[in-house]
Ligand binder design. Sequence first.
Ligand SMILES: [Zn+2]
Length: 341
Amino acid sequence: MLDIQTRNAALTALARDRILILDGAMGTQIQALGLSEEDYAGQSGGCACHPASEHPQKGNNDLLILTQPQAIEDIHFAYAMAGADIVETNTFSSTTIAQADYGMEAAVHELNAQGARLARRALDRATAIDGRPRFVAGAIGPTNRTASLSPDVNDPGYRAVTFDDLRLAYGQQVRGLVAGGADIILIETIFDTLNAKAAIFACFEVFAETARRLPLMISGTITDASGRTLSGQTPTAFWYSVAHARPFTVGLNCALGASAMRPHLAELAGVSNTFTCAYPNAGLPNAFGQYDESPDATAAQVAEFARDGLVNVVGGCCGTTPEHIRAIADAVAGHTPRSVP
Ligand SMILES: [Zn+2]
């Protein structure tokens, strides 16, 4: 494996050369496996691969890194072979804060370290076949708490989590991802910018400890038609709140399909002086919470982002599959990447 400086330089050179492809949803692929509680927990809950917990584990997708590693590696591999240059670890909820719901806080370091190793293994398998370089992005989700909003309508000053709680939890997560060999840290689905700022701060603390800086990808979520994040920021305000991190990419993911994301992406591309990244859902969910936009339909909209010079990295969020990623990769292949001002 190349050293970190060489890998960072290779990633930047690739992003200047063409539009890079990020992978698609993990949840959709996991759901298709139809796993039981025993599958999630591993050997009827008695496996030695994770700490004991009183809580049921079905739905704890991140735990599958430890209990069903081959299944997760195979999903990463499918995305790599579908054309993804950057593949996300299955660690969206691998913080002590998010794992508290499952009583699995003690597994956090292993989840992140193993999560990065599994992704690396899958990408190395793909690269052995076609020789294309690929990068592991350590995925960091927003957690289920917000640092700048109160969950209690009767007590607007109340906070369920503080900046320092988040900083410490994210720091532990980032240490695990770095130990497992992540090439990039991806802070995604940001609905509260203060949570993201705690994650950024934690990344820089770990980079200082380890004397190596990984590229950051920072991705916000516009949750409704008002064109603002849940914590009330426009795309422009969001950019100025995270620009100090000098991220490799800034962008948007999730929440809305590609068409609804477009004006917000255009605004972000207009103000940011770094690469942009967009990975929308496969349209809006239907009445059953499922996504049924076809790969070609999603790809056609993402191709418009590319045609209009708005993007440097594209992929898919909720409801997207390896077929969506293959269609997106094909659809943007003829377009030049956005030129960074
Ligand atoms: Zn999503």
